[in-house]
Ligand binder design. Structure first.
Ligand code: ASP
Length: 332
């Protein structure tokens, strides 16, 4: 029987419906999951590790490091890993972890639920059973297992607060479909080398979301020595205003002067940024802006956090950002 490590980080799946004296919901220790869902022990030999019980909005890169290190230090002893995680920032954590594991040869499957396990009609049991089953397969990706779909972690985004289908993978097909059987269709192949783990993330970046009426020059004063990259969430193919007080160009020039990496992403979730299509995109390119292509915002941000943490050479960061490191980007 395959050996699976179940790592608890918190979120709705870890909440008890019973409230404690403060009125907050109690946490559900992972070991009791096996009692709630006895079928789990028919699928695999499961060991639980409670790392933390946090709402995922409270998780930060230092928690990603703890999680990555826990997987790294147990890597040889287990065949696969299941991470229980709140849905709100699951796509960020899954993306971040995908970047820090190089030559991953075992499954790392994130799951959670929209409704606590202890509530009738919870989706927790099904998600967890699917995730554990998936973690027993020869599959070498960091993935999200939710509502009968397996999505590449760094291609996923939370799209629904109230629906059981909480996640979508707008620019990549599901890696596997779960029906009567599990069919893996699009997964990455394992690399030949041993797994390496680089859990290093820099928070020295800023995200600027455009909106009609924004005066981007106001944000120049926010750039400082701790700003090494700016990710701009522009419109459509990567467009932005170029005239008058709403022009983004002075902001881009201020970044260029300070040697800050500039990435253009899009508020549209499907398809890819194309900085050749319109004149604003071409003006951005002339000022050194690089495209986020078809990456999710979560991948665009965590990839930059990882690269800023991993490398100091601007050339290496820029070059690696434009390549697909873990299947997060379609190279056209
Ligand atoms: N607020 C919760 C969290 O992300 C939501 C969930 O788990 O679905 O931790």
């Amino acid at each position: 029987m395959k050996r699976i490590l179940l790592l608890q980080t918190g979120g709705t799946i870890a909440m008890q419906i019973r409230r404690n004296e403060d009125g907050a919901m109690d946490n559900l220790p992972s070991d009791s999951l096996k009692k709630h869902i006895p079928e789990l022990s028919e699928i695999a030999q499961i060991q639980c590790l409670d790392l933390f019980f946090k709402d995922s909005s409270d998780l930060s890169p230092s928690d990603w490091v703890v999680l990555a290190r826990a997987i790294e230090s147990n890597y040889q002893q287990f065949d696969g890993f299941v991470v229980l995680h709140g849905t709100d920032t699951m796509a960020y954590t899954a993306s971040a972890l995908s970047f820090c594991f190089k030559h991953l040869a075992k499954p790392v499957i994130f799951t959670g639920s929209q409704v606590p396990l202890s509530v009738i009609r919870s989706d927790a049991g099904r998600n967890l059973i699917n995730a554990v089953q998936m973690a027993t397969l020869p599959f070498c990706e960091v993935a999200i297992c939710f509502n009968d779909k397996i999505l590449r972690g760094n291609r996923s985004t939370k799209m629904s607060i109230g629906d059981f289908t909480a996640f979508t993978s707008p620019n990549h097909p599901p890696l596997a479909e779960i029906g009567i059987d599990i069919h893996v269709k699009h997964a990455l192949r394992p690399g030949g080398s041993a797994m390496e783990c680089y859990p290093v993330f820099s928070e020295e970046l800023m995200v600027l979301r455009l909106f009609p009426g924004i005066k981007p020059s106001r944000y120049i004063s926010l750039l400082n020595d701790n700003t090494r990259a700016v990710i701009i969430s522009g419109y459509g193919s990567g467009n932005f205003p170029v005239s008058g007080e709403h022009s983004l160009l002075p902001f881009l020039e201020a970044c260029l002067e300070r040697n800050i990496f500039m990435v253009m992403a899009s508020q549209a979730v499907f398809d890819a940024v194309d900085l050749e299509k319109y004149s604003s995109g071409r003006m951005a390119r002339e000022r050194g802006v690089i495209s986020a292509g078809d990456m999710t915002m979560e991948a665009a941000i965590t990839k930059m956090m990882f690269l800023l943490g991993r490398y100091s050479s601007p050339y290496q960061i820029r070059d690696a950002y434009m390549r697909s490191l873990r299947g997060e980007l379609t190279i056209r």
